[in-house]
Design a protein around this ligand. Structure first.
Ligand SMILES: Cc1cc2nc3c(=O)[nH]c(=O)nc-3n(C[C@H](O)[C@H](O)[C@H](O)COP(=O)(O)OP(=O)(O)OC[C@H]3O[C@@H](n4cnc5c(N)ncnc54)[C@H](O)[C@@H]3O)c2cc1C
Length: 458
């Protein structure tokens, strides 16, 4: 068979956790002559942004028992932790708590790297890595041509978009702003001057851990609209999965009332609120998708910050570190808005309006770390996404979050049906909670099957 006779490969753009797990499932589901092309521009395949960190204080925010990368072996990561040999630094990244075992994300990255190596060995030439940035996608009769940052053209039969969270618009424009994921130089910061972190969620916690690990001993000020910090995990018994009526499912007010009553009922028998929230986990995507659009909007406006800190909890050692910083006064967490940022030579003068207050607060920040998270699709400057939008291949999902797609990951393209799919945080607007390992892992199996079925038809 010549190169031109071979079927075009199926491309996966983005080689983080989402890209890797879907590529592995595609190798299973597609016929032997169909290659899979995994395109990853920066990180080692599998690790992505989340699992490339080497800081042992950057802990997974889910228990090891939930973090298997293998849909057929739910205990795979926990077993791996038990049977693998670790050096002392790696061992310091395994924290056994009464709420479960939490491992460092870098260690999880090593676990994923072993999965990648095994998958590559098993797949042989069926799995190819393109270590390129894909900047454009051109529709063709038999699929698409990918265009790389170096100008190469790669013909493919179809594409899975797995680019993760798109970087957001900057929360505070300043030349003193730095990337929280680039900690080199944090140790040279002046301990007599404040560092400002914009955002108070999981990325703020990581930023504080990175600043301290690199030797910054000064004060950190963290600000978000409500100043809410993720709650820690705790040992919790299982709570029965709720049986919600259609009426309750259609109304945020009724859902809230149900939640309050259920938490009170749990408390009455000595069970923690976490059990109730966790019982909702298997159905949150369906609940989100079933809410009328106006109710979804109300959730985003009023409830989301509260939901996030209760639902996306943190490892107890990470929460303890933050609580100790707050108690010592080395970390100040504020609720408020940034009113202005004025750059001086050595620092930025940031004026904050505290929530509910009338006055303002001035912070002289030598560095500003943006920990606000993801952006809406149309706000991103990512060249690939901009080109996909400009070519009419994708459109923003509900509320501009991620891509418009069906709940099973087929991209809804304004140009009509196209062999284009998405997985992971790219589906945020359609599936609210498709952002964590268990959800992405489990979604990868039916997605690969659906892609194989679709390609078999052409
Ligand atoms: C800091 C952090 C910590 C987290 N911790 C946890 C946790 O403990 N447990 C959990 O379940 N979930 C966690 N998550 C959620 C996380 O979203 C998922 O677990 C998962 O890692 C998402 O993977 P992804 O592949 O979709 O995205 P990413 O990890 O962001 O990977 C996307 C990849 O695509 C590549 N890419 C993007 N555009 C292009 C392009 N045009 N061309 C080529 N390559 C491209 C990027 O280089 C990147 O490697 C965390 C997320 C973050 C950000």
């Amino acid at each position: 068979m010549t190169e031109t006779d071979r079927p075009r490969p199926l491309a996966v753009i983005g080689g983080g956790f989402s890209g890797f797990v879907v590529a592995r499932q595609l190798l299973r589901a597609l016929p032997d002559d169909r290659r899979v092309l995994l395109c990853e521009r920066t990180h080692e395949a599998g690790r992505g942004l989340a699992y490339s960190t080497s800081n042992p204080d950057h802990l997974l925010n889910l228990r090891a028992a939930q973090m298997s990368a293998d849909p057929d072996r739910p205990g795979d990561f926990q077993d791996w932790l038990q049977r693998s040999a670790f050096d002392s630094t790696e061992r310091s990244g395994i924290r056994v708590t009464d709420a479960g075992t939490f491992a460092a994300r870098g260690l999880y990255g090593r676990y994923l790297a072993e999965h990648v190596a095994r998958t590559e060995a098993g797949a042989g030439t069926r799995l190819e890595h393109a270590r390129n940035s894909i900047v454009d996608v051109v529709p063709e009769r038999d699929g698409f041509a990918l265009r790389t940052g170096t100008g190469a053209r790669i013909p493919v039969a179809g594409i899975v978009l797995a680019m993760g969270n798109l970087a957001g618009p900057v929360a505070a424009r300043s030349r003193h702003r730095r990337d929280p994921w680039e900690p080199k130089g944090f140790g040279q910061l002046d301990p007599a001057r404040d560092v400002l972190v914009v955002g108070t969620g999981l990325t703020m916690m990581d930023s504080v851990a990175a600043l301290r690990r690199h030797g910054f001993a000064g004060r950190i000020v963290a600000v978000s609209r409500r100043g809410l910090v993720p709650k820690p995990h705790a040992p919790v018994p299982a709570w029965p999965r709720p049986d919600l009526s259609a009426e309750t499912r259609a109304s945020l007010r009724r859902l809230l009332a149900w939640g309050r009553a259920e938490i009170a009922a749990a408390r009455a028998v000595g069970v923690d609120w976490r059990s109730v929230i966790d019982a909702l986990r298997p159905m949150t995507d369906a609940l989100w998708a079933g809410l009328p659009r106006a109710e979804q909007a109300r959730f985003l406006r009023h409830l989301r910050p509260y939901w996030d800190v209760h639902r996306h909890r943190t490892a107890p050692p990470a929460a303890d570190a933050i609580a100790e910083e707050v108690a010592r006064g080395t970390l100040v967490v504020l609720a408020g808005r940034i009113r202005s940022v004025i750059d001086e030579t050595s620092h930025a003068v940031v004026t904050l309006q505290p929530r509910g207050g009338t006055g303002t607060l001035r912070i002289d920040a030598q560095t500003i770390l943006d920990a606000t998270g993801f952006s809406r699709l149309a706000e991103t400057e990512d060249p690939l996404v901009r080109n996909l939008l400009a070519r009419g291949l994708v459109r923003p999902g509900p509320f501009g979050l991620g891509l418009d797609a069906t709940p099973d990951g087929a991209v809804v393209s304004p140009r009509g049906e196209a062999p284009l799919w998405a997985i992971g945080p790219m589906l945020r607007g359609v599936l609210w909670e498709c952002i964590a390992v268990p959800d992405i892992r489990d979604a990868s199996v039916p997605l690969a099957d659906a892609i194989a079925a679709r390609l078999a038809d052409v």
